[in-house]
Design a protein around this ligand. Structure first.
Ligand SMILES: Cc1cc2nc3c(=O)[nH]c(=O)nc-3n(C[C@H](O)[C@H](O)[C@H](O)COP(=O)(O)O)c2cc1C
Length: 191
């Protein structure tokens, strides 16, 4: 087993994060890893925004503005504070281009693969990371505030920083629960 496989088997998302955020060179390398995402026709249909320090407060204001009418003060405050759960938040954005052979869905999948690579590279450098979305990822006010263009979408918010407390182990499904062999239409068997 290579160290890469061992790393993937052990990898875990980490929600409890604190300062310091990953250093600039670590994040730079992680973005270079993100740019290795599978990418049909090399359209580079993704971009990222790095949000840290007080800029997280501005992101929190956007989140607070997504609360529906009737939300309690407590709910609004929770939304406002949510970007403070990590010292750095990286927004992954899918930017599909028009292409005769590559539908938007493939380009969004490429952006998602990039987010995974980004997260794995940060973990490999010793930092914690967790991919989050929620309603804020799909809200027009957030899209406007982040400067999304028509056709773009938020793939997710990658919260990253130093692990404060490791998450307890998550049970992983046995492969026979999600893998079968296929040998023809209507013919599939246990792996
Ligand atoms: C597109 C996407 C959105 C997610 N959104 C959230 C979220 O909003 N909140 C959350 O706690 N986990 C979210 N997750 C799940 C976590 O990123 C993570 O996968 C989960 O906590 C399992 O942890 P593990 O990576 O250690 O298996 C999301 C995952 C994906 C792929």
């Amino acid at each position: 087993m290579t160290s890469v496989t061992r790393f993937l088997l052990d990898k875990s998302s980490e929600p409890r994060l604190q300062a310091p955020a990953p250093a600039r060179d670590v994040v730079e390398t992680a973005f270079q890893c993100a740019a290795r995402a599978p990418d049909h026709a090399l359209l580079r249909p993704w971009r990222y925004l790095v949000i840290e320090g007080d800029a997280r407060l501005a992101l929190g204001e956007l989140f607070a503005q997504t609360c529906p009418e009737g939300a309690t003060d407590q709910e609004i405050e929770k939304a406002r504070k949510s970007p403070l759960r990590a010292p750095m938040v990286i927004v992954g954005i899918a930017s599909p281009r028009t292409h005769p052979k590559v539908p938007d869905i493939e380009q969004v999948m490429s952006a998602a693969a990039g987010m995974s690579f980004l997260s794995l590279a940060l973990s490999d450098a010793g930092y914690g990371a967790i991919w989050r979305t929620g309603g804020v990822a799909y809200h027009p006010r957030v899209h406007e505030g982040l400067g999304l263009k028509d056709g773009e979408s938020v793939i997710g918010f990658l919260y990253t920083g130093t692990v404060a407390t490791e998450k307890p182990g998550v049970p992983r499904p046995a492969t026979d629960q999600f893998v079968r062999t296929w040998s023809g239409p209507g013919q599939s068997e246990t792996w």
